[in-house]
Design a protein around this ligand. Structure first.
Ligand code: NAP
Ligand code: HSE
Length: 431
């Protein structure tokens, strides 16, 4: 029997308990032994849990799980950095196999934990940490190990994608859409991590660790959330043939093991015929560009109890097989990390969508185009919607040609300080 210590039994932990019960005989045949959830660590022992949980196994004492020598595998689905990091380090030190879905922990301490696991000869598996049920970790770690990954672009926060979709297609307010995502179990305990872009940034670090072999513990990814996207941005995006999506982008900038990486998370205008534009609701997708492979798109449900449980239990099956076969640690040994720098945002080159709220006075457009032109930012399209006055602002929306981020930021700073704008300019990068 493979004995499991489950740290956390909330949305994902509950899904793990249910999936292990539902597929028990199939999983036993696959592993060659039954998997038994021996101990379950929670904060509140009296909370209602999934019916499949044996409540006699529930404890609030971490030592009862981590100090139990009969436990073979520790599955961490409690979230947060501490005490999760401390518990995983203790489990690894005790020679237990480890599975986690905790992207925040991996983004901050993944390199350190992988090193601990490698030295101790145990596996640290984390398919559930990115993309919910999409097998993107295995693809980057194993299937594409022969290729150089040039870039990856993804919709990797289910909550943000759900909120943007419900705002655009259902006409919901931002607040109402976030509430729905929380009720469906998609959001983090602190949903500002989702809508502020922090969760996607954590996942981008985890993906980049595997895609580029980069040690990125605590890397500061340039991050913007979806909280500033307004219904009018969806309408203008559609008019220009785009859809607004929250994207996470990683690019290799150059050749060789020390080439820097461009990592960024922000809302983006995605052309409506791009496959990413049609990834809606809680679906996630990761578009990978391999130098030899070319494009590869992985998509599926990116959040929620059962999709994430599929990945967590698949990891559990893998590490249980490794344990029984006496080959633990091979999965972790396959991940080798080296240092890489992040390229500055000022060097990013993109097309830009700019929305200005300006007073409708003679000569204003000339001043705007002048500010852009002085910095070599060329305009592709310009629309003024409606009729303002000298005191009532009107929306002017500009799509630029390819320009340097430093140039557009400089122009927007100058425009933002001028007396003809009613509020700070809004900028969204075009993917
Ligand atoms: P959740 O519903 O809030 O569940 C967290 C569980 O951990 C709860 O059972 C909680 O106990 C327990 N817990 C938290 N801190 C604890 C502590 N200090 N000591 C003991 N128990 C503690 O969270 P979740 O949505 O399942 O997410 C869990 C992890 O999976 C997070 O790292 C999250 O980022 C990740 N993840 C979530 C999803 C998703 O769709 N939800 C998808 C992929 C990855 P109580 O129940 O007693 O409060
Ligand atoms: N809160 C996360 C999301 C859960 O919405 O994508 C999946 O990691």
């Amino acid at each position: 029997m493979i004995k499991v210590g489950l740290l956390g039994c909330g949305t994902v932990g509950g899904g793990v308990v249910q999936l292990l019960r539902a597929n028990a005989s199939y999983i036993e045949a696959r592993v060659g032994a039954p998997i038994d959830i021996a101990r379950v660590l929670v904060r509140d022992p009296n909370k209602e849990r999934v019916a499949e949980l044996d409540r006699d196994r529930v404890t609030t004492d971490a030592a009862a799980v981590l100090g139990d020598p009969s436990i073979d595998v520790v599955v961490e689905v409690m979230g947060g950095v501490e005490p999760a990091r401390e518990h995983l380090a203790a489990a690894i030190a005790a020679g237990k196999q480890v599975v986690t879905a905790n992207k925040m922990l991996l983004a901050l301490h993944g390199g350190e934990l992988l090193e601990r696991a490698r030295k101790r000869g145990v596996d640290l598996a984390f398919e559930g940490a990115v993309g919910g049920g999409i097998p993107v970790i295995r693809v980057l770690r194993d299937s594409l190990a022969s290729d150089t990954i040039a870039s990856l672009s993804g919709i990797i926060n289910g909550t943000s994608n759900y909120v943007l979709t419900r705002m655009r297609q259902g006409g919901l307010s931002f607040e109402a859409a976030v509430k729905e995502a929380q009720e469906k179990g998609y959001a983090e305990a602190d949903p500002t991590l989702d809508v502020g872009g922090g969760d996607a940034a954590h996942k981008l670090v985890v993906l980049s660790m595997l895609a580029f072999g980069a040690r990125l513990d605590g890397a500061r990814v340039s991050t913007e959330g979806i909280d500033a996207v307004e219904p009018v941005d969806h309408a203008f995006a559609e008019r220009f043939g785009f859809v607004v999506k929250q994207l996470a982008v990683a690019k290799l900038k150059g050749e060789g093991p020390s080439a820097p990486l461009e990592l960024r998370v922000h809302p983006a205008l995605v052309a409506e015929d791009d496959p990413l534009a049609n990834i809606n609701g809680v679906l996630n997708a990761v578009a990978i560009e391999g130098r030899a492979l070319g494009p590869c798109l992985l998509s599926g449900r990116g959040a929620g109890d059962m999709p994430t449980a599929v990945s967590v239990v698949a990891d559990l099956v893998d590490v249980a097989i490794a344990k029984k076969s006496g080959v633990s640690g091979n999965m972790t040994r396959a991940i080798r990390l080296g240092d890489r720098h992040l390229a500055p945002m000022a060097d990013v080159e993109a097309r830009y969508y700019v929305r200005l709220s300006v007073f409708d006075r003679p000569g204003v457009l000339a001043k705007i185009t002048g500010s852009l032109g002085e910095r070599a930012v060329s305009i592709e399209q310009l629309v003024q919607q409606g009729r303002g006055t000298a005191d009532v602002p009107v929306d002017v929306v500009i799509l630029t040609h390819e320009a340097k981020e430093a140039a557009i930021q400089g122009a927007l700073e100058a425009i933002g300080k001028s007396d003809y704008v009613a509020r700070a300019p809004r900028m969204i990068r075009v993917h």
